[in-house]
Design a protein around this ligand. Structure first.
Ligand code: ATP
Length: 285
């Protein structure tokens, strides 16, 4: 079987509501995912030795069993008695530990790719079941959709029929945020109860970027800012700089602004690059 070259896109959470904490210590969420055109490149090269090898020149990406692509490959080998191995080459463009689901998307892309090159023949349902064991954000990337509602831990996916293509500027400050710490600080008594994913979903179907911008919401924001108060300045700077709505993605630290067009996204990104090193002009993918 020849090697396979795949794109692994990042996500933004345009809406994230935390419903409650579960007995297994995860939280039930309601979130709207958007797939964006900030992508890692993954090359899968099958081998007959049975070994899993990861090649990646990003210093923060684990090269062994802690890498989610390693985990998913090993899980497939064990569960389906696969004797082949694979070399996985990851060209990382998505910032790590930023709330953009870099590890999860790599795992989903690898799962889809290995299902082909190892000829396992898993159904969509089986792929989603395996993905959910690896991480809560994996399932979204197993559906070929730009928009989806995520429920449960985020792994119960309902693709949304939204034709809107939005432009964003994403700023990733050099601050690593870990979901565990952010959820650990969360005070559910202080989160807004009346926010609703349906209102944003409807706006995404029928309204302009400006109106969508007013409806962005992330229950984790208070927690993120209590850990790193300086991130408020990023938000303020973006709001002053032509963004018509600014929010954190997932548990941060990526902060994104909504802008009305590609031209404005490029111009705003250029301005923000004077203050921040990692700034991306991206759109729905
Ligand atoms: P999420 O939005 O799903 O919470 P994130 O974007 O905040 O995720 P990741 O980029 O997935 O975070 O990185 C979180 C940790 O996962 C990193 O510290 C890294 O060590 C580990 N990791 C495992 N596999 C990968 C991978 N393939 N790419 C990046 N990080 C990985």
């Amino acid at each position: 079987m020849p090697s396979l070259r795949l794109y692994s896109p990042a996500k933004l959470n345009l809406f994230l509501k935390v419903l409650n904490k579960r007995p297994d210590n995860y939280h039930n969420l309601e979130t709207i995912f958007e797939r964006i055109n900030l992508v890692d490149e993954i090359r899968l090269i099958p081998n007959s030795t049975g070994k899993i090898k990861i090649i990646c020149d990003h210093p923060q990406v684990p090269k062994g069993p802690k890498n989610l692509v390693y985990k998913v490959s090993q899980m497939l080998q064990k569960e389906f008695g696969i004797t082949q191995g694979v070399t996985i080459n990851i060209k990382k463009n998505i910032p790590v530990a930023a709330g953009l689901a870099g590890g999860s998307t790599n795992a989903a892309t690898t799962l889809l790719g290995l299902n082909k090159i190892w000829e396992i023949g898993l159904s969509q349902k089986q792929l989603v079941e395996i993905g959910a064991k690896i991480g809560s954000d994996v399932a979204f990337f197993l559906y070929n959709c730009s928009w989806a509602l995520g429920q449960g831990r985020g792994e119960r996916i309902t693709p949304l029929k939204i034709k809107q293509k939005l432009w964003h500027v994403v700023v990733v400050p050099r601050i690593k945020m870990y979901s565990k710490d952010v959820f650990g600080r969360l005070n559910l008594k202080l989160t807004k109860k009346r926010v609703d994913a349906n209102i944003l979903t409807l706006a995404l179907k029928t309204q302009s970027a400006l109106q969508v911008g007013n409806l962005l919401h992330n229950d984790l924001e208070t927690s993120i800012l209590s850990i790193r108060p300086e991130l408020l300045r990023v938000k303020e700077k973006m709001l002053k700089n032509r963004c018509c709505g600014v929010a954190f993605s997932g548990s941060g630290s990526a902060c994104y602004g909504l802008v009305p067009s590609r031209r404005i996204a490029s111009a705003v990104a250029k301005d923000l690059r004077r203050s921040y090193a990692r700034v991306f002009a991206v759109c729905t993918f």
